[in-house]
Write a protein that binds this ligand. Structure first.
Ligand code: ADP
Length: 204
C-alpha cells in the first residue's frame, strides 16, 4: 500500500459515515466499501453483467441496476444464492478498494468497512483499526430515523453483526459517538492528530 490505511468500522447506525465525512473534511482520502458496492451494482455497474449471467434478467431493475428487493428476497430464501452473489461481489469490492487505496494521496487513508472483523478480508491491509461506537438503543433510534425501518428490522441487521463488546475488544482505537455530531467531530480531529503524529512515522 502506498500510504498507511486505517480501517473504520462500527455497527449499523453507529456513525461510520458521519466519522468518515469528518476525516474527508480534514483532507484524508476515504475509501468506502459500501459506496463501492453501490457503484458496482448501480446502473452500468461493472458487476452487473456478471450478476445477470449468474442470476438471470430478473436480478436487474429497469435501469440495469441490481434489483435489491428481489435479490434480498432470493438470498434470504436460499443461502446458496447468497453465497453465489457474495462470491461475485466481495472480490470485486476488494479489488476496487485496493486500487483506490493504491491511488490515494495523503499522509494516510481511511477505509470504511462495516463488517471489518466479521470477514477479516481487509485486516491485512490495515495499519490500524478504528471502531465508532454507541449504545445499541442509540443505533436503533438513529437508523429508524434515517431509513424508516422498524426497530425489529434494525435489530435483525444488528444481530447479524459482531456484538458490540467483541468489536470494541478487537479495535485498536475507539470513537464514542453517544454524544452529538460536534463531539464526534472533535474526536475524529483528535484521532487525526494522533494518526498524523504516529501512524505516518510508523510508530504504531
Ligand atoms: P453508519 O454509517 O455507521 O450506518 P451514519 O453515520 O449514517 O451511521 O449515522 C446514522 C444516522 O445517525 C445518520 O442519519 C447520521 O446523520 C446520524 N448521526 C450520526 N452520528 C450522530 C450524532 N452524534 N448525533 C446525532 N445524529 C447522528
Amino acid at each position: 500500500m502506498a500510504i498507511p490505511v486505517v480501517g473504520l468500522t462500527g455497527g449499523i447506525g453507529s456513525g461510520k459515515s458521519a466519522a468518515a465525512d469528518r476525516f474527508a473534511e480534514l483532507g484524508v482520502p476515504v475509501v468506502d466499501t459500501d459506496s463501492i458496492a453501490h457503484q458496482l451494482t448501480g446502473p452500468g455497474g461493472t458487476a452487473m453483467p456478471v450478476i445477470e449471467r449468474a442470476f438471470g434478467p430478473s436480478a436487474l431493475a429497469g435501469d440495469g441496476s441490481l434489483d435489491r428487493a428481489a435479490m434480498r428476497a432470493r438470498v434470504f430464501a436460499d443461502p446458496e444464492e447468497r453465497h453465489r452473489l457474495e462470491a461475485i461481489l466481495h472480490p470485486a469490492i476488494h479489488a476496487e478498494s485496493l486500487s483506490r487505496l493504491e491511488a490515494a494521496v495523503g499522509d494516510y487513508a481511511v477505509l470504511v468497512v462495516p463488517l471489518l472483523f466479521e470477514s477479516n478480508r481487509y485486516l491485512p491491509l490495515l495499519a490500524r483499526t478504528l471502531a465508532v461506537d454507541c449504545r445499541e438503543e442509540v443505533q436503533v433510534e438513529r437508523v429508524m430515523r434515517r431509513s424508516g425501518l422498524s426497530a425489529e428490522a434494525v435489530r435483525a441487521i444488528m444481530a447479524a453483526q459482531l456484538p458490540r463488546e467483541q468489536r470494541l475488544s478487537r479495535a485498536d482505537d475507539v470513537i464514542d459517538n453517544s454524544g452529538g455530531l460536534a463531539e464526534l467531530r472533535l474526536q475524529v480531529d483528535a484521532k487525526h492528530s494522533y494518526y498524523l503524529a504516529n501512524l505516518v512515522k510508523a510508530l504504531l
